[in-house]
Design a protein around this ligand. Structure first.
Ligand code: SF4
Length: 180
């Protein structure tokens, strides 16, 4: 299985459980993480952790910032859901393409872990992309492992970010706090 990972903390519990049943290779592709310094910080934590556990990892360092912001700023004006939809589809499509290119049987994502993600939308997009690329999308409700993942990340002392990834989510998380 090619498992897309959004960050190290969200990888921990899904990797532990899925590795019991599947031969997992992890895929890093996250151009939604902004600003770039934050991207590097999460990538560093991810690299340190995956190295420590001896995981197989494929990196895609593409970071099409202008393109990403151009598309999402238009969508974001309409709704957050449309913006996230683009963000999920971009990362899942790239994962499925890589899985196809390298002859994996399945692809999936650790985005299915966090309760604050749009879970049903991720599932729907993953399944659609699975059908269109001919690589099966592996779905499991990974939210059942969320608390365990949080505990594992705390115990490992790994960097845990305070917002989802994009600058819109950063503003949602911190902007109001600073003004009031
Ligand atoms: S809030 Fe998260 S999922 Fe939605 S667009 Fe931003 S980074 Fe992507």
């Amino acid at each position: 299985m090619l498992l897309h990972a959004c960050c190290a903390p969200c990888l921990m519990a899904p990797y532990k459980h899925l590795s019991e049943k599947y031969d997992i290779t992890i895929f890093w592709y996250n151009p939604n993480i902004q600003p770039y310094r934050e991207y590097l910080r999460r990538l560093k934590a991810f690299k340190e952790y995956t190295k420590k556990i001896g995981a197989k990892v494929i990196y895609d360092y593409s970071y099409p910032l202008e393109d990403w912001l151009y598309k999402t700023s238009i969508l974001s004006k309409k709704s957050n859901v449309l913006r996230c939809k683009y963000c999920y589809a971009d990362r899942l499509y790239r994962t499925a393409q890589k899985a196809k290119e390298m002859n994996f049987d399945l692809f999936s994502t650790t985005l299915l872990l966090a309760p604050y993600q749009k879970h049903e939308l991720i599932k729907e997009i993953g399944e659609k992309i699975g059908k269109s690329t001919g690589i099966d999308f592996y779905y499991e409700d990974m939210r059942k492992w969320f608390d365990e993942g949080e505990r594992m990340a705390r115990e490992a002392g790994i960097y845990r970010q305070g917002y989802c990834g994009c600058i819109y989510s950063e503003a949602d998380r911190y902007w109001r706090e600073k003004i009031e």
